[in-house]
Design a protein around this ligand. Structure first.
Ligand code: SAM
Length: 296
C-alpha cells in the first residue's frame, strides 16, 4: 500500500470529517451510559504539517491553514488569535482540540488525527479501539496514544476486526470507517459489507463513513447501493471544492451518518455553510449539501 495520510492531513476533507466526528462524540456523551468508539482505519494519530511530505502536498492549505487565516485578523495567522466568539459550537470545539494538540506537542504545525479527537472527548465510562494496518503508522499511533486507560490499539485489518469488537457490552457504539480508497471500487464494496455487518451485530450503532467525491456518478451509485443494502435512513453531508465530476482527483469529500443522533442534521445545516464559507470564501466551483436519504 502506498497510501500515507500525512500527505492529506488537515485538508478540507479532514476538517469536515473531524468536526463531524467531534460533534458525534459530544452527542453520544449526552447520555451518562458509556459507549465504545471503534476506528477501523485510525492512521498515526498525530501529524506534523511542517514535515516534507505535508509541505510537498500543501493539502493543509485547503483546510486547517485556510480556516485559521479566514478567522484571524490579517498577519496574525496563529490559532491562538482565532476569533471564535461567533462560531457555532461544533467549529469552536474542533479548533479547541487542534489548539490543545499544538500546545501539548509544543508545535504550531501539529495536526490531530481521529484518535486524538476521541481521546480528548472520552469519559471514564467510554472505551476506544483504534485499528491501523500499516506497521509504521501503527507504531506511531502507539506513541501518540501512550497507554491511555480504556484504549486498545491494534495492528490489523479494520474490516476483519468488526466481528471481534461488536456488539460491545455497553450496547452503544460509534464506528468511524475511514479507508484510503486507494482502489476506490474495492473500498466502496468493503464499506457496504462492513456497514451491514456492524448493523447486524448492533442495530443502533452510529456509523460515520467517509467517502471521496472523485467522480460524481461513482459516489452517487455507491450511496444508492449502500442505502438499498442497509435499508435505513442515511444522513449524507458533502463538501466539494471543484465540480463534482471534474477529473482533478479529489473534488470533494463526504460523510454518511447511519443512525444519526436526534437533530444532528439540523445542527449540520447550521455549521456546514459556515465551514464552507471559511474554506472557500470566493465564489467558486465548490459547494456543500446536507440531505437525508430513505426517510419516508
Ligand atoms: C484516511 S487514513 C485514516 C485517517 C484517520 N482516520 C484520521 O481521521 O486521522 C486511512 C488509514 O487506514 C490505514 N489502512 C488501510 N487499509 C486498512 C485496513 N484494511 N485496516 C486498517 N487500516 C487500514 C492506512 O494505513 C491509513 O493510515
Amino acid at each position: 500500500m502506498k497510501y500515507r495520510h500525512i500527505y492529506h492531513a488537515g485538508n478540507f476533507a479532514d476538517v469536515h470529517k473531524h468536526i463531524t466526528l467531534l460533534a458525534l462524540l459530544r452527542s453520544l456523551a449526552r447520555k451518562e451510559k458509556g459507549f465504545l468508539f471503534l476506528d477501523t482505519h485510525a492512521g498515526r494519530g498525530l501529524y506534523d504539517l511542517s514535515g516534507s511530505e505535508a509541505r510537498k502536498s500543501e493539502e493543509s492549505n485547503t483546510g486547517i491553514i485556510k480556516i485559521i487565516s479566514a478567522l484571524t485578523p490579517p498577519s496574525t495567522d496563529s490559532i491562538s488569535t482565532v476569533n471564535s466568539s461567533t462560531l457555532p459550537e461544533e467549529i469552536k470545539n474542533y479548533l479547541t482540540v487542534v489548539r490543545n494538540t499544538r500546545k501539548e506537542s509544543h508545535s504550531r504545525n501539529a495536526y490531530p488525527g481521529s484518535p486524538i479527537f476521541v481521546l480528548q472527548s472520552m469519559r471514564n465510562q467510554d472505551r476506544a479501539v483504534f485499528i491501523e494496518s500499516q506497521h509504521i503508522e501503527h507504531k506511531a499511533l502507539l506513541e501518540t496514544v501512550r497507554k491511555q486507560p480504556h484504549v486498545t490499539v491494534e495492528c490489523a485489518d479494520g474490516y476483519e476486526r468488526l466481528k471481534t469488537w461488536l456488539p460491545p457490552l455497553e450496547r452503544r457504539a460509534l464506528v468511524l470507517i475511514d479507508p484510503p480508497y486507494e482502489d476506490s471500487q474495492v473500498d466502496f464494496k468493503k464499506t457496504i459489507v462492513a456497514s451491514a455487518e456492524i448493523l447486524g451485530r448492533l442495530p443502533n450503532a452510529i456509523i460515520a463513513l467517509w467517502f471521496p467525491i472523485k467522480h460524481e456518478r461513482d459516489s452517487q451509485y455507491w450511496i444508492n447501493q449502500l442505502a438499498n443494502t442497509i435499508a435505513k435512513p442515511l444522513l449524507v453531508s458533502e463538501l466539494w471544492r471543484h465540480p463534482r465530476d471534474n477529473r482533478v482527483g479529489l473534488n470533494g469529500g463526504g460523510l454518511i451518518i447511519i443512525n444519526p443522533p436526534f437533530q444532528f442534521s439540523d445542527r449540520m445545516r447550521v455549521w456546514l455553510p459556515i465551514l464552507h464559507a471559511a474554506l472557500d470564501p470566493s465564489p467558486s466551483q465548490g459547494g456543500y449539501e446536507v440531505r437525508l436519504l430513505g426517510v419516508r
